[in-house]
Write a protein that binds this ligand. Structure first.
Ligand code: NAD
Length: 315
C-alpha cells in the first residue's frame, strides 16, 4: 500500500482522484483549505485509509507520516474563481507549489503537478503538442492563472534538475463530470444548470470557438498512469474530439430535453479561439487514450449528479 498526498483533494478532480486511489488500495492524505472545494465531496470517504488535513498550502505545511506520492492539484481552476482570487491564484502556483515540492523532496516522494492546457494560451498551433510554448497574455485578467501554472511548471523542472526530485507534469484539458459546481463558470456545468432550470443558455461570441472535453474517469486514469510512469516531461491528457461551444449547447439541450433558447453574449478577454490536445505522447508513453465520448460522458454526469445538484439546489 502506497501513501498518496493529494493537495486540492476536496475539489472536483481531487475528490475523484482520492476515490480512485483508495479503490486501488492506497492510503490517501487529502490537504485542502476548502477555498473552492467542499467537504461534501469527501464526506463519504469514511475509511481508515483516508485522512483530511485542512491547511492553506500558501503557508509552509508538514505531514507527520511517510509519503510515497504527491499529487499537487490545489489551485483555483475556473475563470470565476481565479478572476475573483487573482493574488491567491498566483500565490498557490508559486508559494504553494514551492512548499509542496519541498515536502515531496523531504519525503523522497514522486511529485505530480496538475498543470493545464491554459499554458498554451490562445494557441497559434493547432492541435497543441507538448512542444508548443504557448501564446499567453501575461498581463491580461486570465494571466494570473496561466502564468501561475507556467511558473509552477518551471519550478517543478528546477526541483527535478537541481534537487533530483522525481517529478511529473500533467497538462489537463477541460474536464467534466459529477461534482462540478453548477456556478463555477465553466461551459458544461453552466449549460447543464441553465438547461435543467429552463433558463436561456448563454454562449459567448458566436459560439464558434472550440474546446475538447474530457470525461473525469478518463482524466483520472491518465493522471495515475503518468504518476506511475517515471516520466518527467509534460504530458497532455485530454480528449481530442473537438466541438464548438454552440454544438455543446445544442447537445446539452438535446440530452436534457430542455426548451431553453440559446442567447449570445460578449466574448471574455483573451478567450482562446481553439483548444485541442495532441495526445500522441500520452498514447506512446502511457498507452493512454480516452474511452468516453461527449454524449456518453454528459449522460453519465446527468445520471450520477441528479438535477438538484446540477442546478445548485442541494448545496
Ligand atoms: P477545484 O476548484 O474543484 O479544486 C481545487 C481544490 O484546491 C479545491 O478543493 C480548493 O479548495 C483547493 N485549494 C485552492 N487553493 C488552496 C490552497 N491555498 N491550499 C489548499 N487547498 C487549496 O478545481 P478542479 O477542477 O478540481 O481542478 C484541480 C486542479 O486541476 C487545479 O490545479 C486545476 O488548475 C487543474 N485543472 C483542472 C481542469 C478542469 O477541467 N477541471 C483543467 C485544467 C487543469
Amino acid at each position: 500500500m502506497a501513501t498518496c498526498l493529494v493537495t486540492g483533494g476536496a475539489g472536483f478532480l481531487g475528490s475523484h482522484l482520492c476515490d480512485e486511489l483508495l479503490r486501488r488500495g492506497n492510503r490517501v492524505i487529502c490537504v485542502d483549505n476548502l477555498e473552492t472545494g467542499s467537504l461534501a465531496n469527501i464526506h463519504h470517504i469514511r475509511v481508515p485509509e483516508f485522512r483530511f488535513l485542512q491547511a492553506d498550502i500558501v503557508e509552509p505545511y508538514f505531514v507527520d507520516e511517510p509519503v510515497d506520492m504527491v499529487y499537487h492539484l490545489a489551485s483555483p481552476a475556473s475563470p470565476i474563481d481565479y478572476l475573483r482570487l487573482p493574488l491567491h491564484t498566483l500565490k498557490v502556483g508559486s508559494h504553494g507549489t514551492h512548499h509542496t515540492l519541498g515536502l515531496a523532496k523531504a519525503h523522497r516522494a514522486r511529485f505530480l503537478i496538475a498543470s493545464t492546457s491554459e499554458v498554451y494560451g490562445d494557441p497559434q498551433v493547432h492541435p497543441q503538442p507538448e512542444s508548443y510554448w504557448g501564446h499567453v497574455n501575461p498581463i491580461g485578467p486570465r494571466g494570473v492563472y496561466d502564468e501561475a501554472k507556467r511558473y509552477a511548471e518551471a519550478l517543478t523542472m528546477a526541483y527535478h534538475r537541481q534537487q533530483g526530485v522525481d517529478t511529473a507534469i500533467i497538462r489537463i484539458f477541460n474536464t467534466y463530470g459529477t461534482r462540478m459546481r453548477p456556478n463555477d463558470g465553466r461551459a458544461i456545468p453552466t449549460f447543464l444548470r441553465q438547461a435543467l432550470s429552463r433558463k436561456p443558455i448563454t454562449v459567448f461570441g458566436e459560439g464558434k470557438q472550440t474546446r475538447s472535453f474530457t470525461y473525469v474517469d478518463d482524466l483520472i486514469a491518465g493522471m495515475i498512469a503518468l504518476a506511475e510512469s517515471g516520466y518527467h516531461q509534460p504530458v497532455n491528457i485530454g480528449n481530442p474530439d473537438e466541438f464548438t461551444l454552440l454544438e455543446l449547447a445544442q447537445t446539452v439541450i438535446e440530452l436534457t430535453g430542455s426548451e431553453s433558447e440559446i442567447v449570445f453574449e460578449a466574448l471574455p478577454t483573451d478567450d482562446p479561439q481553439v483548444r485541442q490536445p495532441n495526445i500522441d505522447l500520452a498514447k506512446e508513453i502511457l498507452g493512454w487514450a480516452p474511452t468516453v465520448g461527449l454524449r456518453e460522458g454528459l449522460q453519465r454526469t446527468l445520471d450520477e449528479s441528479g438535477v438538484e445538484m446540477l442546478v445548485g439546489a442541494s448545496r
